[in-house]
Design a protein around this ligand. Structure first.
Ligand SMILES: [Zn+2]
Length: 314
């Protein structure tokens, strides 16, 4: 399957069928997170992080294109300032879909240009178009791409550090640390209340997923009371903290270890699925609307742990 076809199929599979026709009914809710950081949520769709201040507005992820006007309406209630940065955490259309529409609605001021930032693997994939497939809108491309382990900005009075997390949810994942506000926006590396979607076809792997989750925990500092401290905005779901990420990381590690042991016993994917290595977690991480079912999670972990990788890790 071409990458563009994959992009189109992801658009289909990341949105529940009912939601595809129902963007009109989606309401965007604004949740203050900490200091000058806000989380904007539309139904079950991806989270958008917004940082506001005297220099303008920085946005992490733009949801689907049809939601852009509603997103901008809410952003404008928070700040009338210029939209200066969009950061895309990865390629999936529920995170980059609104780029062009937001850029258009933001207007253009040559003195205060909007920069769209993502890891270079995101730009590369968005510009690869198969014949007959629509191109990703030029004005929404992350042309301020980076290929280094980190990219640093100083904006609205705080350091904003973008980390590339290799081969985790995809091969182009960025996490954004707002160092002054003490907030981390993780993209889909971390999803509250659902198994991670490890997109193996787009370079994701369970090993990279675990390293990225551990990196969140290196950066996050819990408050003395356990609640609070660094806040973590997941790709989907509620605002979390250090303790939530610890629990999630532990779950992924335990499931990875179980499946690795099964692969060492030469069990096939079907046998591993039948053994239900996630069973004790399924009630917490799977609902009837889950995009990542237990089988899909197991399959992604299994594919990540090819026999050659299992042997080399012994
Ligand atoms: Zn995603």
């Amino acid at each position: 399957m071409t990458r563009t076809n994959l992009f189109t199929s992801l658009l289909v599979c990341l949105v529940p069928a009912s939601a595809q026709q129902n963007f009109d009914n989606v309401q965007i809710h604004v949740e203050p997170v900490q200091h000058n950081i806000f989380m904007l949520v539309g139904g079950a769709d991806a989270n958008t992080t917004v940082q506001i201040g005297s220099e303008g507005v920085l946005i992490v992820d733009t949801q689907y294109a049809p939601l852009a006007p509603k997103l901008m309406t809410e952003i404008r209630k928070l700040s009338p300032g210029p939209i200066r940065y969009i950061i895309n955490t990865h390629i999936h259309p529920d995170h980059v879909g609104g780029n062009a529409a937001i850029a258009k609605l933001a207007g253009s001021d040559p003195a205060l240009p909007l920069k769209i930032i993502a890891h270079e693997n995101v730009l590369n994939r968005l510009t690869e178009t198969a014949p007959g497939q629509p191109r990703f809108p030029e004005e929404g491309l992350p042309l301020d791409e980076y290929g280094t382990p980190t990219k640093k900005l100083h904006f609205n009075g705080e350091a904003v550090i973008i980390f590339h997390e290799p081969n985790a949810h995809t091969d182009g994942d960025s996490m954004v640390l707002f160092r002054g506000s003490d907030v981390i926006s993780t993209g889909d590396i971390f999803v509250a209340g659902g198994y991670p979607f490890i997109d193996v076809e787009h370079g994701g792997s369970v090993q990279g997923e675990i390293l990225a989750l551990n990196h969140i925990l290196e950066l996050a500092v819990p408050a003395k009371t356990q609640e609070g401290g660094t806040y973590v905005i997941p790709g989907h779901g509620r605002v979390c903290d250090d303790a939530d990420v610890v629990e999630y990381r532990d779950m992924v590690v335990i499931v990875r270890d179980r499946i690795r042991d099964m692969i060492k016993k030469n069990m096939t994917l079907d046998q591993v699925k039948a053994a239900r290595p996630t069973l004790d977690y399924d009630t917490e991480y799977v609902t009837k609307n889950s995009f990542v079912t237990a089988d899909r999670f197991v399959e992604a972990v299994y594919k990540s742990l090819s026999p050659s990788q299992v042997r080399s890790s012994r």
